[in-house]
Design a protein around this ligand. Sequence first.
Ligand code: PBG
Length: 329
Amino acid sequence: MFPLRRNRRLRTTESIRSMVRETIISPNDFIVPLFVVEGKGVREEIPSMPNYYRMSLDNIEKEVRELWKLGLKSVLLFVKVPDNLKDNKGTEALNPNGLMQRAIKTVKNACPDMIVMTDVALDPYSIYGHDGIIENGQIVNDKTSLFLAEMSVSHAKAGADFVAPSDMMDGRILTIREALEENNFINTGILAYSAKYASAHYGPFRDALDSAPVDLIDVPKDKKTYQMDYHNRLEAIRETRMDIEEGADIVMVKPGIAYLDIVREIKNMSEVPVAVYQVSGEYCMIKAAAERGWIDHDAVMMEQVTAIKRAGADMIASYFAKDVVQLIS
Ligand code: PBG
C-alpha cells in the first residue's frame, strides 16, 4: 500500500480538504432554544449562561425576526413561570392566555414560517421543580402523561408546530398523539426527548427558569426515577423504539457531547429524524474556559457542533446556534 496510498494527499490544502469534507454545518441544522419571561423590555443575561438571555415577548419578537434573517428556521420555547402561578399540577400550563401560549402567538405573528416547538413538561410550573405530579413522594406517571397531553393540545391550539415533551414519563408520546388526533391537530408534530439522561449538565438551564428540584423531605431530590441512568446504552434504544412506535415524528438524545456513542446508535436504528440537545452545561463550559483564555471559543464551538452532526444528529438544539450561523455566514 504505502507509499501508493498516502492519506495526507487529501489534506494538502484547504481547497482539497473542503472538497472531501463529509460533514457541513448550515443554518438548517439548528433549533434555537428561547427563554421567555413576563414583562416589557426585559432582556436579562442568565448568570451561568454568558451572552444568553431571558426575554419578554416584545424582545422575543425582535429576536425571532433576527434569527429568521440569519437563516435560522426553528425555535424551542421555554417559559419562566412566576412563583405565585406554580403548583403541583401545573394548572397555569393550561391557561389559554398563559405566557407560553402568548409566546407561541408572538413568534407566529412575527414570523409565520418559523417552526415553533414548545417545551412540554411540568417543571417550570411545579412548586417542586419536577417534571411530573407528585403524590406520596412519588412522581406519578399516568396522571402526568394525561396532563402533558392536555398541555400539548393547548400549545397546538395556540399555534405550535411541534410539541416537545421533555419529561420522560412512560407512554406519554402515545397519550399526546391520541389527544392531538382527537382534537384534530393531525399536523402538529411530536419531537420526543426519547433518550434523556439524568445529567449533571442541566444546572444553568435550571438557573435560567428557576426550575431546579426543591430540597424538601418527601420530595425526590433529583430526576433519576424518570430520566435515564447514564451508565446505560440499551435502555436508550428501548426508549427510542417505543417513542417511535407511539408516534414520535422526531426523536432526541440529550445531552450531546458526552453521549455521542448513543447518538450514533440511535441514528443507526431510527427511521425518523434524530435531534440532539447540546445542553446548558455544555454551553457554559465552553464560555467559561474561553473567558479565561484557556480555549479558542469559536474553534471549540465549531468542533463540538460538527462532532454532534457527524455522530448522527439531523438537527441540533443549541444555545450556540446564533453564534455559529454568524460565524459561518
Ligand atoms: C426540563 C428540561 C431540562 C432541560 C430541558 N427541559 C432540564 C431538566 O430536565 O432538569 C435541559 C436543557 C439544558 O440544560 O440546556 N423538562
